[in-house]
Write a protein that binds this ligand. Structure first.
Ligand SMILES: [Fe+2]
Length: 411
């Protein structure tokens, strides 16, 4: 192999290598879990860890092996009913809140299925005609790795013993954050949306122009300490700070702190920990983020303001999940990492958006109703998964994801 080509090979892993690394990471994440842990479903929004392992495998088996490998026979013809998530084109499926009832197939059987699919798919990984679909499958599995982590956190939190998924020593406190500082933008016409040659989800495009008024975006995320001030100032009890739907939600659900907070501690993947006042506040809903911003005399950014600033920043920086050592946080403050950041933008299609043809067209487009866009990446996002055009989305009341906020203001 010529030297130049060897260097290129060393620098950029092949699609097959990235496929293998992604599949390995999913299995590493369930390594510390018992069969019972992996079967728990703590609420309808969350899925069992075992289900995530199986569903991501269903995706590859269905859209690659079944559809593109002549003569392939399904590992088990009954399983698509269990592990199809929401693809109407793929037929009937078990109701989402019933996923926690699947004591069978066992974790071992699902791992066996994974190995079977990984072996069968090998010849497809080197055919350029399949590259886009394999990329989608990898990105899909990475999304489920984050969901697996947030779902198991919620499940373990239900246990009064507060079990740790990962045993780690108490982390060093975050460095004292500097005075916020702001990224200022003069306004004008900005080009947003993904226009590159690599992989991006369909909802990130097409690229298009937007008009921005002059604004500023905070240099860091809002911290736990600042959130404690909001609570001490009766933020959760002051109706004038809240959107009407948010106030209704706070009263109905008796919300008075972020998810996982109890007194001076919060629940984490490493069990109950003393809260670090300098660490970014996490596990808040859109309603809480908006109320805090109002209290702070600021507002949430639009998704395009966020993107216009983030275009100049490294999406690989910050505290994100690393394949080699998932439990350990790393990376300093960045536009990316720690928590997904709420924007005030509704999750809508961009001008000239068209979902892909076929069942995979159901991936994003059909969810563009009633949700808000979050930008950035979190400590549970695989490093390299997100980028400045990436659009995450959740309903305004949801907060079991790693969600935080970065303030914005008009100039
Ligand atoms: Fe999925």
């Amino acid at each position: 192999m010529p030297e130049a080509q060897r260097q290129r090979t060393a620098a950029a892993p092949t699609l097959a290598e990235r496929y293998a690394a992604t599949r390995r990471l999913s299995e590493a994440l369930v390594g510390p879990l018992s069969e019972a842990d992996a079967t728990l479903q703590s609420m309808p929004d969350a899925s069992p860890a075992k289900w995530h392992l199986a569903h991501t495998t269903w995706f590859f088996e269905t859209f690659l092996l079944r559809d593109r490998l002549p003569g392939y026979k399904l590992f088990d013809e009954a399983w698509p009913f269990l592990f199809n998530s929401y693809y109407e084109a793929e037929g009937e499926r078990i109701l989402r809140p019933r996923r926690g009832m699947l004591s069978r197939p066992t974790l071992d059987m699902i791992l066996e299925w994974r190995a079977h699919v990984d072996k069968a798919i090998r010849p497809l990984l080197t055919d350029p005609a399949n590259a886009a679909l394999v990329e989608l499958g990898i990105a899909h599995e990475q999304q489920h790795q984050e969901l697996l982590l947030t779902d198991i956190k919620h499940a373990l939190f239900q246990n009064p013993l507060g079990p740790a998924m990962w045993a780690l020593p108490e982390p060093a406190p975050a460095e004292m954050a500097e005075a916020p500082g702001w990224y200022e933008h003069p306004g004008g016409i900005a080009l947003v949306g993904y226009g590159g040659e690599g992989f991006a989800f369909d909802n990130e495009g097409p690229p298009h122009r937007v008009l921005l008024e002059p604004f500023a975006l905070a240099g860091r995320l809002v911290s736990n300490g600042e959130w404690e001030q909001f609570i001490a100032d009766r933020g959760y009890a002051t109706a004038s700070l809240w959107l009407s739907d948010g106030w209704d939600w706070v009263r109905r659900k008796r919300i008075d702190a972020p998810e996982y907070w109890y007194e001076g501690e919060h629940f984490t993947h490493t069990g109950w920990r003393v809260r670090d006042p300098w660490a970014p506040v996490c596990h808040i809903s859109y309603y809480e983020a908006d109320a805090f911003a109002t209290w702070a005399g600021a507002r949430l950014p639009t998704e395009f303001e966020w993107e216009a600033i983030a275009q100049g920043h490294d999406p690989l920086a910050g505290n994100q999940l690393d394949t080699a050592d998932p439990p350990r946080p790393r990376g300093g403050p960045s536009l990316f990492g720690d928590c997904w950041q709420f924007t005030r933008s509704a999750y809508l299609p961009y001008p000239r958006f068209e979902p892909a043809a076929g069942a995979v067209g159901e991936y994003n487009g059909k969810f563009m109703s009633g949700q808000v866009v979050l930008r950035g990446a979190s400590c549970a996002t695989v490093r390299g998964h997100s980028r400045s055009s990436y659009r995450n989305f959740f309903y305004p009341h949801q907060r079991w994801q790693f969600t935080g906020l970065r303030l914005a203001k008009d100039l």
